[in-house]
Design a protein around this ligand. Structure first.
Ligand SMILES: *Cc1c(COP(=O)(O)O)cnc(C)c1O
Length: 513
C-alpha cells in the first residue's frame, strides 16, 4: 500500500481508474474487501447498540476539507464511523426487516458493475449490459407467465417499480375515460375520479405513488382482509361495484403477493377474475413474494400472477441480492411507452426507428445502474434453483418458528405466514393480564432494549391499534435455536420492565388521556 506521503505527492489524476492505475485499483479494492471480510468474520452480534447521539459526534468531527490522502487511513477511519457499528444482515439474529443477507456471486457483480460503470440508459453507454438486462427481464417475465408480448425494466426498488406501475395504470385509465367521454375531458377532471384498490395490508409505497401522480388523498381505497391478512375477494367485488355506481374509475387493483408484515399472498386467481370482469388493470406487488419464482417447492403460491397487467419484483429481498435490484414487468410491452420521451442529446426518436435498444425509453430514470449484472452472475454461478432453495429454507424455518410461538404461553402470534414473517407479542402473565397500554409499552420496551443490547434485531408493527413485534426471516443461517433464544431475550426484557412498572400505582395516569 503506498503511504500517505506517496499519495500527497500524487496528482489528482492518479485517482482516476484507467490503464495506468489498474494495479492501484486492484490493491485498493482488495484491501477494502479484506476489511469487510475481516469484520464479517468476527461479527458476534448483528449490532453494537450504538445510539445516534454517540455516533453523530464521531461523524461530525471529520473534516471533509482535509483529505487523508491514504486509502488505508480512510478505511481505518471508516471502521470507527461505519463498519464497527453497522447493522449486519448476515448475522443469524438479525430478524427485523426485509433486507437480506447477500450471495457472493451478486457481490462480485456489484464490484464489476461499479468499476466498469455502465449506465443503462442508452446502448452507447452500456452495450452488452442492455442485452443482459433484457435477457433477465425476459427470464423473469417467463417465470411469471406474462406471455410473449411482455417487457419491463430494472428499477431502484419496489417503491419505484410500484410508482412506474401506477403511472402506467393512470395513463391507461385516462386514455379509457377519454375514449368513452362525449366531450374532450381535461385531466384535471379525470384525476380526482381515479381510484386504486389495495388491501389494508398493502405497502405504503402505493399511497406515496398516488400522491406523486397527482391523485387525490381519497385515491387509494383500502380493502379489508380476512383474518389471515389476505384481501377479501367479496370486499373487492363490493368496492368495484361501488366505484362503478359512483362514476369513479378504478385505475388499478393492487394485489400483494407477500405483504410486508404478514407474508400473506392475496387470492390472485379470484382477484384476476374480478379484474377481467370489470376491465380493470391488475398490478401484483410481489416485491417480497417474487422469490417464489425461483422456488421448486412453492411456486404454486404465486398461481394467478400470470394474469397480471404489471408485476413488481424485488430481487434485493427474496433473491438475496444487494440493494438495489428490482424490476417492473408488464404484460404488454407497449404500456411502457408512457415513460418514453426523446431527447436530441440522448435518445432521438430516429434511434428507436433504427432499432437501437435504448433502455431509457422504458425507464423513469435516466442514468441507471447495471443492477441486472448481480442477478446475472447469481444465475450463472449458483443458478435459480439454489436461490429458490435458500428462500424455501427460510419459509420452512418460519413455519417451525410459528409452531414454537403458538405453543409458547408467553406470546401470542397473529397469523401463520405463507412466507417468512412472524407478527407476535409478549403477553404479560397472570389470569387477568395487564392493561392494553401496559402490554403495548412492554413490547415496545422489549424491542428497544434488545436493539440497544445489540444481541438481536427485531421489528415492530401495529395490528388493530396494538403494538406487536415482528420477525422477518431471510437468513437460512438463522436456526430455530436462534429464534428460541431471541424469544427468551424478549421475554427477559419484557419481564424486567413489567416488574418495574406493573404495580397499579405505577401505571402513569397521563397515558390514559
Ligand atoms: C419492500 C416492499 C416494497 C418497497 O420496496 P423497496 O425496494 O423497499 O422500495 C413494496 N411492496 C412490498 C410488498 C414490499 O414488501
Amino acid at each position: 500500500m503506498p503511504g500517505a506521503a506517496a499519495y500527497r505527492a500524487a496528482s489528482p489524476r492518479s485517482h482516476l481508474l484507467n490503464g495506468d492505475t489498474a494495479e492501484q485499483y486492484r490493491r485498493s479494492v482488495t484491501d477494502g474487501a479484506g476489511r469487510v471480510a475481516d469484520r464479517i468474520a468476527r461479527t458476534e452480534r448483528p449490532f453494537t447498540g450504538i445510539t445516534p447521539d454517540r455516533l453523530a459526534p464521531e461523524v461530525g468531527a471529520i473534516d471533509l476539507d482535509r483529505p487523508l490522502n491514504d486509502p488505508a487511513a480512510a478505511l481505518d477511519e471508516l471502521e470507527s464511523v461505519y463498519l464497527r457499528d453497522a447493522v449486519y444482515f448476515h448475522h443469524p439474529r438479525y430478524l427485523a426487516h426485509l433486507n437480506c443477507p447477500v450471495v457472493i456471486p451478486a457481490v462480485l457483480g456489484e464490484a464489476v458493475l461499479s468499476a466498469v460503470n455502465s449506465s443503462l440508459d442508452t446502448w452507447d453507454q452500456s452495450a452488452g449490459g442492455t442485452l443482459i438486462e433484457r435477457r433477465l427481464i425476459d427470464w423473469t417475465a417467463e417465470r411469471i407467465g406474462l406471455g410473449t408480448a411482455a417487457d419491463g425494466i430494472f428499477t431502484s426498488g419496489g417503491s419505484q417499480s410500484n410508482l412506474q406501475a401506477m403511472l402506467i395504470a393512470r395513463e391507461e385509465a385516462c386514455r379509457i375515460v377519454q375514449k368513452n367521454a362525449e366531450r374532450p375531458l381535461p385531466r384535471s377532471e379525470i384525476l380526482p375520479r381515479l381510484r386504486i384498490l389495495t388491501s389494508e395490508a398493502g405497502h405504503f409505497s402505493i399511497t406515496k405513488a398516488a400522491t406523486l401522480l397527482g391523485l387525490g388523498p381519497e385515491a387509494v381505497v383500502s380493502v379489508p382482509c380476512e383474518r389471515d391478512k389476505r384481501m377479501r375477494t367479496d370486499a373487492l367485488a363490493h368496492e368495484l361495484e361501488r366505484c362503478a355506481r359512483q362514476d369513479l374509475e378504478v385505475m388499478a387493483v393492487v394485489a400483494t403477493a407477500g405483504t410486508t408484515d404478514f407474508g400473506s399472498i392475496d387470492p390472485l386467481p379470484e382477484l384476476a377474475e374480478l379484474c377481467t370482469r370489470h376491465g380493470t388493470w391488475l398490478h401484483v406487488d410481489a416485491a417480497y413474494g417474487g422469490g417464489l419464482l425461483a422456488s421448486r417447492r412453492r411456486r404454486q403460491l404465486l398461481d394467478g400472477i400470470e394474469h397480471a397487467d404489471s408485476v413488481t419484483v424485488d430481487y434485493h429481498k427474496s433473491f438475496f441480492q444487494p440493494v438495489s435490484s428490482s424490476a417492473i414487468l408488464v404484460r404488454d410491452s407497449t404500456a411502457l411507452r408512457h415513460v418514453t420521451y426523446h431527447a436530441d442529446y440522448l435518445n432521438p426518436a430516429r434511434m428507436a426507428e433504427e432499432r437501437i435498444p435504448n433502455q431509457v425509453d422504458k425507464s423513469i430514470q435516466t442514468t441507471r445502474r447495471f443492477d441486472a449484472l448481480k442477478l446475472w452472475l447469481t444465475l450463472r454461478i449458483m443458478g435459480a434453483d439454489a436461490v429458490g432453495d435458500l428462500f424455501d429454507e427460510v419459509i420452512d424455518r418460519a413455519a417451525d418458528a410459528w409452531r414454537l410461538l403458538d405453543e409458547d404461553p408467553r406470546f401470542e402470534v397473529v397469523t401463520k405466514s405463507q412466507l417468512s414473517t412472524l407478527v407476535f407479542r409478549y403477553v404479560p402473565p397472570g389470569p387477568a393480564g395487564v392493561s392494553h397500554a401496559l402490554t403495548d409499552r412492554v413490547n415496545l420496551h422489549a424491542r428497544e432494549a434488545l436493539f440497544a443490547s445489540g444481541d438481536a434485531v427485531v421489528a415492530g408493527t401495529v395490528v388493530d391499534g396494538a403494538h406487536y413485534l415482528k420477525f422477518t426471516l431471510l437468513n437460512p443461517e438463522t436456526a430455530l435455536q436462534d429464534i428460541a433464544d431471541v424469544l427468551d431475550l424478549i421475554a427477559e426484557h419484557a419481564g424486567r420492565y413489567l416488574a418495574e412498572h406493573a404495580g397499579p400505582e405505577r401505571e402513569p395516569a397521563a397515558r390514559a388521556s
